[in-house]
Design a protein around this ligand. Structure first.
Ligand code: OGA
Ligand code: NI
Length: 350
């Protein structure tokens, strides 16, 4: 018998009362997580220690970053400079946010992707044909003073803790952008200078336990629209990265962040570094929380491959230059898909 339809918009508000997921969440057989095929024999994304990034070992660390970006598009970092207290407070208050009554969370509900603070579910409810087992709060956080007034008032410490976390992660992102520039042989400030006045968003992804995790996704395979993404996750696994034709699970390590290359970095690096497919699966036992920081060009920035990485003979420009806002509009005009939004910006080969 078909599972009953639910009138609740957020997964959190019906997940624990169903034994079968609603049909709107069920993927066709050809598009299911196949959890038993996920590689867990040990191949995993590199873990890079940033402790000596400003010491005599800088060159060695830059080389590790270069290898991770070109081979995996993903790496984990430890000794990243964001304090454990800041991280733990962020995770705690984010969990508290999602544990609030439905009415408190629904105050922020919107399906309008242009809203700079909103709660929603799935990915893009207006475009998703099959829904995803995820609720989220998404907000803009740079410059903080432009947005903090719209952030949730509850829990009462939410704004203060999120502002502290966002500021600290932004400082880390700026260090990473310098290191990634150097790893490409560019001037240290090259990438930062290409991002206009910069933009930073955060998502708070909440994945409730799911009675049938083999049938659905928390987030289906996708590439991030960012320059880079810095992901904080709790101790429940769920993230998987596509490498050499298979999905590999990334198991959480305390006090680390996961960094990944997004589409804008793929363009700026002229495809030396690629934005890599990844997805989030859910499980029957435990809720899962992940907090990605999405770092972007500002909407007025114009993105193109770095001149220094273009060589007419051996590496012609793979992309033309485009206003970032054109990419952004395309990204939100669709459902989350494995197909890249970048195809429209390829350099013509004629
Ligand atoms: C994302 C994402 C992964 C996760 O939000 O873009 O890839 O583990 N999240 O939640
Ligand atoms: Ni992602």
């Amino acid at each position: 018998m078909a599972a009953p339809l639910t009138s609740k918009l957020l997964v959190s508000d019906f997940a624990s009362s169903v034994r079968h997921i609603p049909l709107t969440y069920v993927r066709p057989i050809s598009d299911r997580p196949q959890l038993s095929l996920v590689e867990n024999s040990g191949d995993t994304i590199p873990l890079i220690d940033l402790r000596d990034l400003y010491g005599p070992n800088r060159t060695k660390i830059i080389r590790q970053i270069s290898h991770a970006c070109s081979t995996y598009g993903f790496f984990q970092i430890k000794n990243h400079g964001v304090s454990e207290t800041t991280v733990n407070k962020m995770l705690t208050v984010a969990r508290e946010f999602f544990h609030q009554p439905e009415g408190e969370r629904m105050k922020h509900y919107s399906t309008d992707s242009t809203k700079t603070t909103r709660v929603s579910t799935s990915f893009n409810v207006s475009a998703d044909k099959i829904l995803n087992w995820r609720d989220y709060l998404r907000l803009h956080c740079f410059p903080i003073q432009d947005f903090i007034n719209e952030w949730p008032e509850n829990p009462v410490s939410f704004k203060e803790i999120t502002a502290e976390y966002a500021t600290s992660v932004r400082a880390l992102v700026l260090r990473l952008l310098e290191a990634i520039s150097e790893s490409l042989g560019l001037e240290r400030d090259h990438i930062s200078n290409r991002l206009g006045t910069h933009a930073q968003h955060m998502a708070f992804n909440y994945y409730p336990p799911c009675p049938e995790p083999e049938l659905t996704y928390g987030l289906p395979g996708h590439k991030d629209p960012t320059a880079i993404t810095v992901l904080l996750q709790d101790q429940v696994s769920g993230l998987q990265v596509f490498k050499d034709d298979e999905w590999i699970a990334v198991y959480p390590i305390p006090n680390t962040f996961i960094v990944n290359i997004g589409d804008q970095m793929q363009v700026i690096s002229n495809e030396r570094y690629k934005s890599v497919l990844h997805r989030a699966v859910v499980n029957t036992e435990k809720e899962r929380l992940s907090i990605p920081t999405f770092y972007f060009p500002s909407t007025d920035a114009v993105i193109s491959p770095a001149q220094e990485l273009i060589d007419g003979q051996t590496s012609p420009a793979v992309y033309k230059s485009y206003p970032f806002v054109e990419y952004w509009d395309k990204f939100w005009d669709r459902s989350l898909a494995t197909a890249s939004c970048l195809d429209a910006f390829k350099a013509s080969t004629t």
